[in-house]
Ligand binder design. Structure first.
Ligand SMILES: *[C@@H]1O[C@H](CO)[C@@H](O)[C@H](O)[C@H]1NC(C)=O
Ligand SMILES: *[C@@H]1O[C@H](CO)[C@@H](O)[C@H](O)[C@H]1NC(C)=O
Ligand SMILES: *[C@@H]1O[C@H](CO)[C@@H](O)[C@H](O)[C@H]1NC(C)=O
Ligand SMILES: *[C@@H]1O[C@H](CO)[C@@H](O)[C@H](O)[C@H]1NC(C)=O
Ligand SMILES: *[C@@H]1O[C@H](CO)[C@@H](O)[C@H](O)[C@H]1NC(C)=O
Ligand SMILES: *[C@@H]1O[C@H](CO)[C@@H](O)[C@H](O)[C@H]1NC(C)=O
Ligand SMILES: *[C@@H]1O[C@H](CO)[C@@H](O)[C@H](O)[C@H]1NC(C)=O
Length: 428
């Protein structure tokens, strides 16, 4: 891959409107009851689990993470079904109050008049309880609930939603304050993610200020653009805006010597030029063999390498696969795939490979590749890149910058930045 061609790739790529494909998809869609979140469904409840993975509930189903098929919610939360036939969950949130260690990180569910408290997918003793016992003053049959720890709310609180009524429940004093959030639609579920607050209504969402209920910026937005990795579900949606602002994790990222950046997320190939122009196109338009879900990407001596599960792809001029590729990751990098990320800093002949919390060096000049120099790094990553200004590790919607490779191994915790806001220039 010559750099010039990368640039032209960024520029040429017209987004193909794949309406025929979409019709086909619709035709083949199974009429079974298992919901498909890419069809635009309303969520009953949304929360994160103990590890920060988002859980979306719809009827008796649960979607884990930002993509993938629905599971039956009773497979993960058995007792919800035993105590009350699991037609739906009204509301859910994760308790996140460090001042209350016994309940910190419990997931709380609201079903009609009852409340269920889970820790590590196990129902806590004494539950279910009546909502009125635990949250006096809060009505039954809620629409939505979301935690609001200090200092995002003045006190550790839970915000409850029913119709157009909003209740702030002070977790410590149990005082209830009714609030009027006039610019807010009625929420069917509410979600705190990365310290931001979202009200979902239909398949739209609005971001709100938990203290004032104000909605700033252009809302509502389409939930599938930001919280689900659905491909091409709508001709009207703005793919660039969607990738710019998506909170879903990146699969891989790399940069070339000119400072252009290439990122991969699900089926999307995101290209950011030095002047901050962002281009988005389906991966398969450019990298036919790869299509989606890249594990790692790195540039080495003007070649772009894509790593996917157990194969490494090396692409040449016009992004055609070079002879002899794909190879297995083991052959190319001397380590068993899948790997999490890989990067090369231009002053070295090495590629650094990250697998879990371990990093290895691969000497690309060696005829027989071997991943050596195994060592632990402080931060596991989904994606990583290196350039003249240092190493960038991406994890979830956050990234960390290290001025030198050495700093990856120090105990110092660098500042946390947001991918959507600071890497892609999303304005909200
Ligand atoms: C979950 O619910 C489905 C449908 O009601 C039922 O067939 C299945 O046996 C349940 N699974 C568990 C683990 O309870
Ligand atoms: C819970 O509510 C039900 C129905 O209102 C009532 O019969 C029951 O006594 C309540 N349980 C407790 C522990 O307050
Ligand atoms: C919001 O909820 C109130 C009831 O609390 C209802 O009267 C109103 O119609 C709802 N608005 C919408 C847009 O559904
Ligand atoms: C979603 O938002 C769009 C505007 O962004 C609006 O036209 C549409 O009616 C909304 N749909 C629902 C179900 O709220
Ligand atoms: C960024 O650079 C590309 C060419 O390299 C050009 O087509 C585009 O208009 C530039 N965008 C801005 C905002 O300057
Ligand atoms: C790459 O694309 C350019 C422009 O479309 C073309 O002139 C060139 O022959 C192509 N190279 C290869 C190796 O296909
Ligand atoms: C790879 O490196 C390890 C440890 O440095 C060494 O034991 C092994 O023989 C090497 N394998 C090859 C194929 O070079």
């Amino acid at each position: 891959m010559k750099l010039l061609l990368v640039l032209s790739l960024c520029l040429l790529a017209p987004l193909k409107r794949d309406t025929d494909n979409q019709k086909l998809l619709t035709k083949w869609r199974s009429p079974a009851a298992v919901p498909d979140r890419c069809q635009g469904i309303e969520m009953d409840a949304v929360t994160v689990n103990e590890d920060g993975i988002p859980y979306f509930f719809h009827s008796g189903f649960l979607f884990k993470g930002f993509h993938g098929a629905a599971e039956r919610a009773n497979e993960t939360f058995t007792e919800l079904d035993e105590h009350q036939h699991l037609g739906h969950v009204d509301a859910a949130f994760r308790l996140h109050y460090e001042d209350h260690p016994t309940e910190h990180n419990n997931i709380i569910f609201f079903l009609d008049t009852q409340i269920f408290s889970y820790y590590q997918h196990k129902l806590e003793g004494g539950y279910p309880k009546n909502i009125s016992e635990v949250y006096p003053g809060i009505p039954d049959h809620l629409d939505a609930a979301v935690e609001c720890p200090k200092p995002e709310c003045e006190e550790d609180s839970v915000i409850f939603f029913k119709g157009d009524e909003i209740f702030h429940f002070n977790f410590k004093t149990k005082a209830v304050e009714m609030k009027e959030f006039t610019s807010m639609p009625n929420c069917t579920s509410a979600f705190r993610f990365m310290e931001h607050y979202y009200c979902f209504h239909g398949h739209n969402f609005s971001k709100f200020d938990p203290k004032t209920g104000e909605v700033h910026g252009r809302y509502p937005k389409e939930a599938r653009d930001f919280f689900m990795r659905c491909s091409k579900f709508s001709d009207d949606s703005d793919h660039v805006e969607r990738e710019r602002c998506s909170r879903a994790h990146l699969d891989a990222i790399t940069a070339d010597n000119e400072g252009d950046m290439f990122a991969f997320r699900g089926q999307s190939f995101i290209c950011k030029e030095v002047n901050d122009t962002l281009k988005v196109e389906p991966i398969e338009l450019t990298f036919k063999e790869v299509k989606s879900d890249v594990d790692a990407a790195f540039t080495f001596k003007d070649d772009l390498y894509l790593v996917k599960h157990v194969f490494a792809y090396r692409v040449g001029e016009n992004h055609t696969l070079l002879d002899g590729y794909p190879k297995t990751v083991k052959e190319e990098l001397g380590i068993e795939g899948p790997i999490d990320s890989a990067f090369s800093c231009d002053e070295h002949q090495h590629v650094h490979v990250v697998k879990g919390q371990l990093m290895y060096d691969v000497d690309m000049a060696a005829s027989e590749r071997n991943a050596t120099n195994e060592r632990s790094i402080m931060f596991p990553s989904d994606a990583a890149m290196c350039g003249p200004r240092g190493v960038t590790l991406v994890k979830g919607n956050h990234f960390y910058h290290f001025d030198t490779l050495k700093l990856l191994f120090s105990r110092a915790v660098p500042e946390r930045h947001q991918v959507s806001l600071e890497l892609f220039g999303c304005d909200h």
